[in-house]
Design a protein around this ligand. Structure first.
Ligand code: NOJ
Ligand code: CA
Length: 545
């Protein structure tokens, strides 16, 4: 890959900037790149302890872009229910649904107008209950996306506050006669929101505070009624069978003057949420926090044992480097070292290759399937909870039409059937958002028919991970790391497994490991670790004898 092409990507990694549009670099696929070996899928999950969320592979999806069941061009809950078998087939152990609540969709549902209902485009609360039950029948957990920092301006709490000076919810928002310099300690990482934090309300004759779009007024967490209402919302959904939550920017609930993230009051509120969700030994329940920032600060949100997960956005930067650039063993090893040092035994990082906010890994890797296979192997063998973003298993690249902002490029509808009108996503003439240009070529049915496809690769890795306690546990030891080589050990004793990467695009490498033989769980056969041959862009998952 020419350096001029790498540099913008590296800057992107370093800053974790969410580009409104992504200019993908042309793939660099030298002819001697050896594709990864393919074997028949391993048996269905069975190794993972079904009672806890920590060992599972999660899958993030937007109901709106997953499967339309009634021909209106919009994905819905009945459609999702039809696709649960497919997710189970992939080995997925839990699904995180992007916000499913009523919303004017000024921020794709992250502007909630009612926390206890379902958006009519998606169906009803009963439909969601059916999805939960059907997921449970297939051994999958269901997590909802909870956006507590702010609401939609159409939420009755805000509407009442605007129209009725005596409304109790007036104080549920933050008002000021002047647009002060509140909350400037962290720049908003999501570029589309701009830097304005205050919007004038004619109705009130005052400014209201918001950290995101103006139509997303911030909730005033200093009002105890706000806290109680939100905790009650969690109870409501858990009573309906929900197993956990992804929390939207949960480091930003309280502000203190110029500081708007990571405040002690916010950490304390987390403790209350944790107690409610996973306290009293409910290890089947959990949550993951979307906390951007430097990982040693972010760690503040891990509490004592039994704690939930936090997305490792800094680690993501290293994974992107590993996927795209190659020559990155040292970068990857350093990211693992810093994230895992001193981590409480029960805590987990949420490992992602992207999500609904970031550019798609498919585009970042320029569509190069051999790099995408390496990226998936990293995500699925390093310690943590992998969250696969819908479409990554197909290698989808960014779409080019947007509804709200450039992030829509990563949220295009799922292509299920290459030759069906509406690609099997919808029978409508037009889906609510255009498919990404590569969708037909990468449709799920086409990949299911090709044993060497990325989809099969994901399936084999996830099945293997599910079946191998070493791969879904917490132990990790670095064995080797240089420019191209990255080797680590997972698990211990009889169960220990060695994962060996050669990240180079072109050069074969040898790793001089211990004087034992090991079975290759991915590629088949047996290898001497003393002289382990690693073809370019390859990974071996090894069981030492
Ligand atoms: C983070 C979410 O991931 C993003 O999509 C959303 O726009 C902001 N929080 C505001 O809710
Ligand atoms: Ca529909």
């Amino acid at each position: 890959m020419p350096m001029g092409c790498q540099l913008p990507i590296i800057r992107l990694l370093a800053g974790l900037l969410l580009a409104a549009t992504l200019t993908a670099c042309p793939p660099d696929t030298p002819s001697d790149v050896v594709d990864l070996p393919v074997v028949a899928p391993t048996p269905p999950p069975g190794g993972a302890d079904p009672s806890t969320f920590r060992e599972r592979v999660f899958y993030e999806l937007w109901v709106r872009s997953y499967q339309d069941s009634n021909g209106d061009g919009i994905g819905d809950l009945k459609g999702l229910e039809q696709r649960l078998d497919m997710l189970a087939k992939l080995g997925i152990g839990g699904i995180w649904l992007m916000p499913t609540f009523p919303s004017p969709l000024q921020d794709s549902g992250y502007d909630v107008a009612n926390y206890r209902d379902v958006h009519p485009d998606y169906g009803s609360v009963a439909d969601l209950e059916r999805v939960i039950e059907a997921a449970h029948d297939r051994g999958m957990l269901v997590w909802l996306d909870m956006v507590f920092n702010h609401v939609s301006d159409l939420h009755p709490w805000f509407q009442n506050a605007l129209t009725n000076p005596a409304a109790p919810t007036r104080d549920w928002f933050v008002w000021s006669p002047e647009p002060t310099t509140r909350c400037v300690d962290v720049p908003n990482q999501f570029t589309p929101f701009g830097t304005d934090r205050w919007t004038w309300s004619d109705e009130i004759g005052a400014w209201y505070f918001h950290q995101f779009y103006p139509r997303q007024p911030d909730l005033n967490f200093r009002n105890p009624a706000v806290q109680e209402e939100l905790l009650d919302t969690l109870r409501y959904w858990m009573d309906l069978g929900v197993d956990g939550f992804r929390f939207d920017v949960p480091d930003r609930f309280f502000e203190n003057g110029h500081r708007c993230a990571m405040q002690p009051e916010t950490v304390e509120f987390h403790g209350r949420m944790r107690e409610l969700i996973s306290g009293r030994g409910r290890l089947d329940r959990g949550f993951v926090g979307e906390i951007w920032g430097v990982q040693d600060e972010v760690r503040t949100f891990f509490g004592p044992a039994g704690d939930p997960a936090i997305f490792a956005f800094e680690w993501l930067a290293a994974l992107w480097t590993g996927a795209v650039v190659g020559e990155s063993g040292t970068v990857l090893a350093k990211a693992a070292r810093t994230h895992l040092a001193g981590l409480p035994a029960e805590s987990r990082w949420g490992l992602i290759l992207g999500n609904h906010d970031t550019p798609r890994i498919g585009s970042i890797a320029g569509g190069d399937v051999s790099r995408l296979k390496l990226a998936a192997a990293l995500q699925l063998t390093l310690p943590g909870i992998p969250f696969v973003w819908a479409g990554e298993e197909l290698g989808l690249e960014m779409g080019t039409s947007f509804l709200v902002d450039g992030r829509d490029g990563a949220r295009t509808p799922m292509p299920w059937e290459a030759d069906a009108p509406g690609l099997g996503f919808t029978t409508a003439d037009t889906p609510f958002l255009a498919f990404s240009p590569d969708s037909a070529a990468k449709a799920q049915d086409r990949q299911a028919a090709d044993p060497e496809s990325l989809w099969h690769w994901y399936r084999r890795l996830i099945m293997l991970r599910n079946a191998e306690p070493a791969l879904h546990g917490a132990e990790y030891r670095e064995l080797a790391a240089d420019g191209n080589i990255y080797v680590f050990e997972r698990g211990q004793g009889q169960d220990r497994r060695i994962v060996a990467f050669n990240l180079s695009r072109t050069a074969s490498r040898r790793w001089v490991g211990p004087a034992v033989e090991a079975d290759d769980l991915l590629g088949g056969g047996r290898h001497r670790l003393r002289d382990l041959h690693l073809p370019p862009a390859s990974v071996r998952i090894l069981a030492p004898r």
